[in-house]
Design a protein around this ligand. Structure first.
Ligand code: TMP
Ligand code: ASP
Length: 243
């Protein structure tokens, strides 16, 4: 690692961010904490940080091959990354291939309906407001994102979807939906930021529709640690090393 970790900048629900001796870089540290319903439900899940770090680094590598630029510079430990420092754009970009979660609830539709084409939705990133659905015009008029940034994030999110859908499908898993966050660098680039993990995705085993994502925790469907270790083994073809 080229820069040393300094003080903590931010302690989030599932990650911590530290400054470094470089003004343009931060250390992102994954945590074992799992939360749902905006922090109302909380638990520590052994191995979650290591599984999410490894899976997200792997998926960032895959999307980079398709030309999507992201903030990860280097994996520095089994729970830490060196990243480009970005200002997070407060627009969560959700891509859906099947109807589930808040889409099903909002419109009274069954979960599991295949969508005729991928749907992109925006949500305003605000814990205080519980991440409400966000229209593009509102995002622009309140200054949360520029019109071109919304267009760019949408295009990048659809490119990520193409890569990830194929990746998971090859492992016998349907990518139902996922959430991405983007950030601006000091020199004006927009990068894919945050993470791509089973915390922010819905992953259903083909056929059985067994859940391999955080809905196991949100909906009390089983043991999240076991689920994530099983997903790790699917992705890497070997069991996660014991801690
Ligand atoms: P939703 O159906 O609850 O809107 O969620 C869509 C996808 O976005 C799902 O894969 C979970 C993910 N997501 C997050 O990562 N963070 C959040 O705060 C929410 C609400 C959803
Ligand atoms: N990420 C949010 C929370 O931590 C909501 C969720 O994922 O269900 O509470």
């Amino acid at each position: 690692m080229a820069w040393t970790k300094q003080e903590q900048l931010y302690d989030g629900k599932s990650k911590r961010v530290h400054t470094t001796t470089s003004p343009d870089h931060v250390v992102v540290e994954f945590k074992d904490d799992a939360t749902a319903f905006n922090g109302v439900k909380h638990a520590l899940i052994g191995d979650k940080a290591r599984v999410n770090q490894a899976i997200s680094a792997h998926l960032f590598g895959k999307v980079a091959e398709a030309g999507v630029r992201h903030h990860l510079v280097e994996v520095i430990s089994d729970t830490e990354w060196l990243c480009e420092k970005v200002e997070i754009i407060p627009v969560e970009v959700v891509v859906r291939n099947y109807c589930a979660g808040s889409l099903a609830k909002r419109y009274g539709r069954e979960e599991g309906e295949a969508l005729p084409w991928p749907l992109v939705e925006y949500f305003y990133k605000s814990d205080a407001l519980n991440d409400p659905l966000l229209g593009a015009d509102v995002a622009v008029l309140f200054g949360w994102a520029k019109r071109w940034e919304l267009a760019f994030m949408t295009e990048q999110a659809l490119a990520v979807n193409d890569v990830l859908r194929g990746f998971w499908s090859d492992l016998g898993v349907d990518l139902v939906d996922f959430k991405l966050e983007f950030g601006r660098t000091a020199d004006g680039r927009v990068l894919l930021a945050d993470e791509i993990t089973p915390d922010g995705s819905r992953l259903w085993e083909k056929g059985t529709r067994k859940r391999f994502d955080k809905d196991v925790f949100r909906r009390d469907l089983g043991d999240l640690g076991d689920t994530y270790r099983e997903l790790y083994a699917k992705v890497f073809g070997e069991a996660l090393a014991s801690a």
